[in-house]
Design a protein around this ligand. Sequence first.
Ligand code: GDP
Ligand code: MG
Length: 426
Amino acid sequence: MDNNITVLVGLQWGDEGKGRMVDYLAKDVDIVARFQGGNNAGHTVVNEFGTYKLHLIPSGIFNKNVINILGPGMVIDIEALSEELEELEKAGISVDNIRVSDRATITFPFHRLEDVLEETRLGGAAFGSTKRGIAYAYGERYMKKSIQLGELLYPEQLKKKITEHIEWKNLLFKNIYKSEETISAEDTIQWLEKFGDKIKKYICDTTYLLEDAAANGKKVLFEAQLGSLRDIYYGIYPYSTSSCTLASFAPVGGGLFNKRIDKVIGVMKSFSSCVGAGPFVTEMPDEEAGKLREIAFEYGASTGRPRRIGHFDAVATRYGAMVQGVDEIAMTKLDSLSGMKKLLICTEYDINGKRTDKFGLTPELEIAKPVYIEMDGWSEDITGCRKFEDLPETAQKYVIKIEELVGYKIRYVSVGPERESLIIMN
Ligand code: GDP
Ligand code: MG
């Protein structure tokens, strides 16, 4: 990569393969910084060290010279982070180069409890939350009630704040949810001490770090969690996540202000997948979805939940690329489509008899019917292809058609989960 500041984002519902692309691109940068989200993410990375599922730690961690930042825009469960650090260390991967922003928000066990209580209350109408407390941690941040990671370094002040906070939370649990479970300030303080001790050494002001590094010509790659369509502002609200997944937010959520973004790379899957509730216009019927789910192994990296599967949706992905202001695209999992006789691509939505190629609000998406074009499939195993010309002609046509419909340049096509299973286009 010859550019200095790059942002890597997802163009669809998440799980597009961002982790594997960051792992690949990290060799050319000095810093990888996650700018939003929490441990509801799951990025699977397959490289010479094996197969890893990352949740909080940026996917640049396997490149030992790269500094990996968990940015101010994140919400961080310090228990989950400790576990993830331990797992990597056990596998012999150095975590010395991790830096955690003092401005990131702590996700607490009581946020997880609140998440479970609310999803239980909602019953059949639940959002399909990952129950990691993410929405509640972000909610408190906006209510100005949350605790920042850096407060761990001021234990006396923190204890006082926690005690007051727990009083408030218990009122909510007891009186609204009629929960048998309450939480104690002592337990919470113990929890903070136990896991805080493990991660204190990584906490710093990552903004000064990034500003200095970028001013000295270092290369930075920002990493997003989830995708455009889960963005809190532009996604399928309220079936979105609780933070901004867009490249425009990377400078804020990552902490770099005096250098402009040079390039936005968007990752999209060659079909559609989506976890949890919400409108999903091109969803395949169960039987068809089941087959592709097994071939493509579409199960949540964080939760193990089977992902919903659909045909490629050019309406959704074009919108996803537009709101990211994408410069180039990485298209993943083309190999998973080998053996499909016909491939459908959604080019328009039919909404009450009217056709549109625009992606609108949730109530509109809920009644939208997909309008498809049909393409021929291919039966060859393409995992060994490293040049575009090596792909069967029908696979080439599928990629070119999608590039034309989405309207942005496809720069990479991945044909397997491994770091090097990648075709780089001219
Ligand atoms: P992320 O959340 O965007 O990082 O994506 P995930 O890691 O959650 O999901 C993508 C899944 O697809 C992971 O299991 C990857 O190992 C896998 N994957 C990524 N690219 C390819 C590819 O080109 N082919 C195949 N077969 N699997 C891929
Ligand atoms: Mg994922």
